[in-house]
Write a protein of this length. Structure first.
Ligand code: F3S
Ligand code: F3S
Length: 106
């Protein structure tokens, strides 16, 4: 899958959301996250991000953010009882509205 790294924080351009054919990019409070279980690796989101926050996970220079994109979906985030999981599209969930502890700490 592809991942979104630190440059997205507080920028949230959201051009990536419009490109994704499977709607697997979810909105936190200060950053967006790609669901690694739903991303089909099409790569359409990568060139449209104006701050180059998106890369393929095996090429990502920031391993911390590879893990963090996964954690956004698999762990209960601050203020939420259950993990986001694999809901099948961000148009179904709407903005999640919270971030991972890593992103909150930046
Ligand atoms: Fe963030 Fe870039 Fe998307 S800034 S919201 S990853 S277009
Ligand atoms: Fe969507 Fe980007 Fe993956 S467009 S399918 S998140 S590579």
């Amino acid at each position: 899958p592809y991942v979104i790294a630190a440059p997205c924080i507080d920028v949230m351009d959201k051009s990536c959301i419009e490109e994704c054919p499977v709607d697997c990019i979810y909105e936190g409070e200060r950053k967006l996250y790609i669901n690694p279980k739903e991303c089909i690796d099409c790569g359409a989101c990568e060139p449209v991000c104006p701050v180059e926050a998106i890369t393929q996970d095996r090429r990502a220079s920031d391993a911390e953010f590879v893990e963090d994109n996964r954690r956004f979906f698999t762990e209960a985030l601050p203020g939420r009882d259950a993990p986001v999981g694999t809901p099948g599209g961000s148009n179904k969930t709407g903005p999640i509205g919270v971030d991972t502890p890593l992103v909150t700490s930046r």
